[in-house]
Structure formats: structure tokens, C-alpha cells
Design a protein around this ligand. Sequence first.
Ligand code: F6R
Length: 614
Amino acid sequence: MCGIVGYLGGRDAYPVLIKGLHRLEYRGYDSAGIAMVSASGELNLYKSKGKVADLERFAESKDISGTIGIAHTRWATHGEPNDLNAHPHYSQSKNLALIHNGIIENYSVLRLELESKGFRFRSSTDTEVIVYLIEYIMQTNGVDLCTAVQLALHQVVGAYAIALVAKDNPDQIIAARKSSPLVVGIGEGEYFLASDATPIVEYTDKVVYLNDGEIAVIRRDAPLKIVDLDNVEITPEVKRLAMNLSQLEKGGYPHFMLKEIYEQPQTLYNCIRGRINVEGTNVVLSGVIDNRDKFLHASRIIIVACGTSWHAALIGEHLIEDLCRIPVEVEYASEFRYRNPVICPGDIVIAISQSGETADTLAAVELAKSRGAFIYGICNVVGSSIARATDSGSYIHVGPEIGVASTKAFTGQVTVLSMLALTLARLKGTIGEDKFVRMVQGLQAIPDKIKEVLDHADAIADLSKIFTYAHNFIYLGRGYNYPAALEGALKLKEISYIHAEGYPAAEMKHGPIALIDAEMPVVAIATTDSIYEKTISNIQEIKARRGKVIAIVTEGDSVVRSIADYCIEVPRVEEPFAPLVASVPLQLLAYYIAVHKGRDVDQPRNLAKSVTVE
Ligand code: F6R
């Protein structure tokens, strides 16, 4: 949700900033802009509606000299995506330029106040008020830029990551954060700034993650200085990045999404490695073991998440209730945070988030924390805000996910939840030894089973051509496969823009079956499990109304094959792990349909990867 990049050092800033914007484009891609102090001392600002490539075309013939600059790729919140509303924004005098990720909630009050003092705004964004306010404070109080930022931010209500450059100081970038991420990269005589580490990793592995309420004063030829809003100096905590550059490239695939789908055997292997022993007889999720008393005495587990992570949470609910006999509730983080939830002593709140930056999930964590709950995080991005806000947790270790549609993070989340449930079940003694070992070995085998699914990709690509022109889709599943149906429908709608709904198969007769006719494609997940027969009856009901059934079945299945119009086989796995194999053909189906429709698969319209606004 908006990407921020900054550079200060000895290189030309422009290529570093543009490359950085490309890496962050997954965060927002409706407009982009750049501000640099040129070799001749001008504060040049170029911005353009559209993608980073449009900005590059626009800047081609312009003065792009300078060794300091800030850049931004936008996901619009206030004001439509156009050249004027794109960031950076000049201050009134054009002596300052600012970029912003987040939402300023009291911007209209601040704007009115500044307008009453004669300021005239150029855009309809909430952002412009910050840079006008900072300049106003500098002028009226006679203070330097950093002090003006501190004073201004005391007046600002909302979420922000901001960065500023000043025309008269080509040796300084000021950056600040509250509830939106910012990372400073420390190179040899140079600094990088970004919303996440992806634009930084190719230059340095030394980074400092800013915390809420911190301001980074980045100066040429001087150490990084961090202060808070009251000017108390904070010692920067330098961390080493574990990520490498090849993880950020497409590696020969036409889209990140396809690359990430194909990475799943490896990413799940990485997720399991060091947690399941080689013999497949034990699983140790250290976050659970380290907090064994809390988990052993938990009277209830509440899982909060959004989108795909919420679907993983629903599978976690099945797993934990089934294996550990602990009641579990799954909540949309966006609802949980606003409905005064009951949180009792002994409750554990698990927050699931790929990015670790989702504003609603972070707010749900803060709320649960304020009510005294123990919070466990399941995140992908190391050092992210949610990972840092939780008491303990487990990373899913699937590497950077860049395609906006989540794929490998979903299977990573389900894998961690499976390991969590198994670790806890053994601690609680709610699982027999034979079943435990069978399940652990079943989970250990999943990466290879997913390889087998990927071998059918060509057949799925062919099948997708038949359904490219559908306007609606229904996805059905039961038990563990119901969340997989929801996830399959979400994948299709977000990247192909085809309307798709997921339902528990037996719910169809309570209303949605009215939608079925010969035009309606129905994806039914009907793997061989404890409710297989029931699912078959539900498929019969669809066929009786002439719906077109695409069934996901266990290899060797002949019963569903005789009823369904099309079948995609997946390998036989332990029942709780069915979503791990069933979701992969659904990812591929959505991907190929979107490609046939000519959609921008990695950057679908209206979306952004990291939803840092509510
Ligand atoms: C869908 C998708 C979104 C995210 C949701 C939560 O493909 O990616 O639904 O799952 O925005 O994001 P995280 O997991 O980063 O909190």
C-alpha cells in the first residue's frame, strides 16, 4: 500500500530509486513519482499517473542528476490516481518534497487551518497537508527540518511512513514512521530507505527497521541518527538481511505468481526444515515449546487475519480443534478490532499475516495485547511490524512473495498451523503416537506431493481455456476443503475479475443452488475423506441442475469422475492436509484463466500487496 524509496550517497540516485520503485510496485501501482536535488541545486519533482514504467518515460528527457532523492509508488486512498495526486508533494514554496504511505485521519482539519492562513493546496490528498504544515512550522518557529517534522507529527493523527528532502540541503533525508513500515539500509558511505528491504538487498545487507514514533535523520558522511518525536536519541539496532537477490527476480517465469506457485515444493520444504526431524517422527515448533505452559493451559484460541491469511486461519481452526481439542474462533481482524471482543485470561490470540504489515491485523494484535492476551504471530516477512508486535511466533519461511495474489504464503501458513497443532497435540496428549507419526510423515511428504500436482499444470492450462469466458464461478468444499474452496474463489476473482463465490457444499441447497444452470461452472473439491460420500451427493445436486462441474479428486477416483464434467487429480494425503494439495490446482486454474483473459496477473486492478491502511 504505497511504496517508499530513498537514496543518499555517492551514486546517481535516479537508477537506484527507479529500480527500488519497480521492486516495490507490488505495494501500489496507480501512479508514481520521484524528487531529487539535482547537481545544480534544483529540487526536481517528476510524477505520473500509471506504473513506474510510465514515470520512466516521463522522466526520460528531464534533468535526473543528483545523488539524493526520494520516490513513491502509490495506491490511492484520498484523491483519484492522477498526476496531481501522485507523490512526492512539494511544500507551498517548493523548497521541500515529501512522500507518504498511510492515512492522515485529521487531514481535513489541518487543511482548513492552513487554508485559513493563506495556503493553497494543489492536490486532493491527505498527504499534502503534512508537507505544508512542516514548512509552516519551519517558517513560523524558525526551527530546522527535523524539529519541524517532530512538531508537525505531534499534530498528525493517523498512520504514516514519510520521507522528505529539502532543496537547500542536498545532504539530508528525514524519514519517520507510525504504523507503516520503513527500513534504512546502511552501505559504505551511502544510505537507502524503503518500505521493505527488497530495494535495499542488492546494495547492502545491513538494515535498521524504524519503530513507531521514530525519526531517521539520514546525513551524508555521518552516522545514522534516530530520534523520537520528543528528540530523545535512540541507538539504531542494525540487523542483517537473510534475503537474496534471486528471490526477487522472476527467474524465467512470465509472472511472479507462476514462479511462486512453482516454488511451493521448495518453500514448504524450507518451512518444515529444522522443525520436523529427518525420520519424520517428531515435530518441534519452538515458539510453542518455548511457551508450553501458555499453550497447555489455553482455554481458547482466537485467530485473527485478513483475506487469504483468514482462509488459512479457518484451516487452523479445524486442525487445532481436531487434534488438540482446544476451542478456536477465527475472526476477520477488521471486525475483531471494532467489536469490543471478549478476551479472557487463558486466551491465546494468533495473528496470521504474510506481509506482517496489514493495518487491521496489527490493530487487532494491539487490541488483544491491551486486554492482556498472549499473542502469537505467524508471518512471512522477517522483522515486520506484526512479527515484532507479537509475544512469540513462527515465521513461515517461504521467501518474498511478490505476486499480489497470495499462493506460497497460503500453503506456508497452513503448514505452520499444521506443525503448531501437531506440536501442541503431542504436548497435551490429545493424539496417539501412531497417528502423530503418521501425520508428521504425511506433512513431511507434502512438498513431493505438490510436485506431483504441478506435473498436471499443462492439463489445467488447457482446461482453463474452456472457462475463460465465464462470468461467474462457484467453488465448493466441505470440512478441511471448505476454506480451500474460499481461497480458490478469491484467487480467481482477484486476478481474472470473474465473479466467484466459495461455499460449504451442503449450504448450496439453502439458497445458492438457485444460481445453477448450464452456464455455471462449479469447482468441487471432492478428495477422498471422511465426508467424501456427502460431497458426492452435493455434486449430484449440481449436476441435476445441469451445472458444469470441475472436480478436484484424489488420484484413482472413479466415482466423481463418472459424474463430473472435468476432473483434476491430486495425490492422496492425510485428510487435514488436503487443502495443501487441492489449493495448488486452484491457483493454477485462476492463473491460466487470468492469463487467457489478458489480465495483469501480478498487479491486478485496485489491489496492493500490503494493505497498510484500514
Ligand atoms: C489475496 C491476498 C490478500 C491478503 C490479505 C492479508 O491473494 O493476498 O487477501 O491475504 O490482504 O494480507 P497479509 O497476509 O499480508 O496480512
